[in-house]
Design a protein around this ligand. Sequence first.
Ligand SMILES: Nc1ncnc2c1ncn2[C@@H]1O[C@H](COP(=O)(O)OP(=O)(O)OP(=O)(O)O)[C@@H](O)[C@H]1O
Ligand SMILES: [Mg+2]
Length: 425
Amino acid sequence: MTSTWDANTLGIDFGTSNSAAGVCVGGRPFLIPSEPGETTLPTSVFFGVGRSEMTIGNMANRALINGDEGRYMRALKSVLGTSLMGEKRTFLGEKMDFYDIIGQFLSVVKTRAEAACHQPFDYALSGRPVRFHSRDADRNAKAQSDLVECYLRAGFKDVRFMFEPEAAALATQSIGDEGLSLIVDIGGGTSDFSVFRSGTDGVEVLASHGVRVGGTDFDKRLSVDHVMPLLGRGALIRKEMGSGTMTLPNSMFQQLATWEQIPFMYGHDVKRDVARMQRLAVDPPVLARLSYLLEMELGHDVAFAVEAGKIKANSGDGAEARIDLSILEKGVFAPLGRDQLAVSLAEHVQDVVAAALATFEQADCTAEQISRIIFAGGSSLLRPIQSAMQTACVNAELAYADAFAAVIDGLALASAAPLKYGTAP
Ligand SMILES: Nc1ncnc2c1ncn2[C@@H]1O[C@H](COP(=O)(O)OP(=O)(O)OP(=O)(O)O)[C@@H](O)[C@H]1O
Ligand SMILES: [Mg+2]
């Protein structure tokens, strides 16, 4: 007998930057077109002033780009497991916390999948990073239970989980491939690894491991290094008491460079602090751009400009790549060459490689024994990552999965047997 789970389960990849949903049809993944012509959906939400419902995905991104009045949020997944989850704020006249916001996002994904497939989905098989939080086991556990609560608020009766890189392994296995393969799935929020072997009975996973480093961290580092100095990071202000000068507090610039913290920079207290600092600044014009950014709420626009600059610097020959800041001031940009990209990302790349090496240790194998590295996730397209992984695994050939579909393809396949592949929370 088919269990309710088997007939009624939707595979969902709730990503930091992009989400997707899918089911298994005729033994193959079928991805839900969540927006016309698109099978992945930006994990973004927008609460427009004067609207009754929040918008999500590309529509939310468009509202931000058009400068519509309202509140925009991205990288919601990074909030799971933190104390921010339960903080209530008023959106569209209603008090909501992050469980409600993520729940509503997932509920739209559910409704669209049900409309596309002409059937209800009461159960979800969700991907999850191996580690939401790298160092804190309690936070990691809380992040998963937070996500369960979000699925329940979305209207699902229950949810099971599968590690994201193991889903990617399921989708990219090729029977008959000799030797050990490594999935390197680097997304917006986390880097995840699985060492596996392809056998006649399917995928045999030897070990999975992860670290909380991803594209949003890369954006943050690039922003802090290359953009924030143009907004006043490192600038001097006169001390309010006594003589002498001091450097502007760094924490404000770190926050402004962090996708999920940007919405919290627009409160009156921050604007008041910046106005005070501008009065005290040794070189006041430097802070004028920062004031303008806060006044016009352009933090996410700048973050998108950083992300676009990163992708440009990484693509083609990377010549003349720059972070275009004309949204803040005509003609202003931060140059970002291939070398600067590599320097800014070096520490994060080291963390990624260290996590891969730790995966080999858990799998009881050596880096030399890896015969194939399969890259998945948008940030795996970064050259510094690919070359560091090739250096670490000298005998491996490099293979490229569909960066944005490998995880959801695996979850869609596994959704046909969620009790076999998914683990109960
Ligand atoms: N061509 C590219 N070069 C470098 N980075 C890219 C490229 N395209 C997208 N990215 C980055 O990839 C990230 C998104 O990748 P992806 O959609 O796989 O993440 P995600 O699944 O949402 O996140 P996670 O799995 O970590 O929760 C973003 O940080 C984006 O800037
Ligand atoms: Mg992902």
